[in-house]
Design a protein around this ligand. Structure first.
Ligand SMILES: CC(C)(COP(=O)(O)OP(=O)(O)OC[C@H]1O[C@@H](n2cnc3c(N)ncnc32)[C@H](O)[C@@H]1OP(=O)(O)O)[C@@H](O)C(=O)NCCC(=O)NCCS
Length: 184
């Protein structure tokens, strides 16, 4: 894959790079694990609406990455701006149940609202459709209050198919989730 002329690049990480790479709608470049490490200040993300926690030290990030990359059912991508070597976000795609994919993502706060994650999520979904023959559908859950994320999914062709409540460690009360689905 050639050098990017577009707005973002979405190189796959680790195992995923052996299986295929996903290209943003404006073309992408592959860096894989040879890409520069994530700088904490450019990767700071609001985890208010996720079950994730913000790593405080590089070792925590490395441990998390190692665990994710060791899982054969999980594919990871980093997001870069085309003209900047700093990681600004990430996406994770898994297929824990045969035929049923799931997607999770986060973007550095200073990059919100520019349509970047819509572009990245759509690219990963298209990669999954084209690369995983057994995939039938992709589902994900979004905190009901996370209107930005819901909008990203809707713009990527997901439809809301239900609701659920889940207990999250850092919240006193159960969180209402909206469940979204997109056919592969
Ligand atoms: C959710 C997240 C990935 C969105 O990324 P993003 O690049 O800002 O998303 P986009 O710019 O592609 O799209 C955001 C949409 O939400 C809309 N939006 C933003 N604020 C909004 C608000 N308060 N109410 C309603 N819509 C809103 C935007 O207008 C845009 O829609 P539009 O293109 O129709 O105008 C980002 O906010 C993030 O990383 N959040 C923290 C982690 C997280 O919540 N991950 C998802 C867990 S399910």
């Amino acid at each position: 894959m050639g050098a990017s002329q577009g707005r973002i690049t979405v190189p796959s990480l680790g195992r995923a790079s052996a299986k295929g790479r996903c290209a943003g709608s404006r073309r992408s470049v592959s860096r894989g694990l040879t890409g520069p490490p994530c700088r904490t200040n450019s990767c700071t993300t609001s985890y208010q609406y996720t079950t994730g926690t913000t790593p405080k030290r590089p070792e925590e990030t490395h441990a998390w990455l190692q665990a994710v990359l060791a899982d054969p059912e999980t594919h990871m991508w980093a997001i870069y701006l085309a003209d900047d070597p700093s990681v600004i976000g990430a996406l994770e795609f898994g297929m824990p149940t045969p035929g049923l994919g799931s997607i999770h993502y986060a973007l550095g706060r200073s990059h919100w609202g520019a349509g970047l994650m819509t572009e990245a999520v759509d690219a990963v979904c298209r990669w999954a459709t084209n690369t995983l023959p057994s995939l039938r559908e992709i589902t994900t859950s979004v905190a009901a209050a996370n209107v930005r994320s819901a909008r990203v999914l809707e713009k990527c062709g997901f439809q809301r198919v239900g609701s659920a409540f889940e207990v999250w460690e850092r919240h006193a009360s159960p969180i209402e989730l909206h469940v979204y689905r997109r056919e592969a």
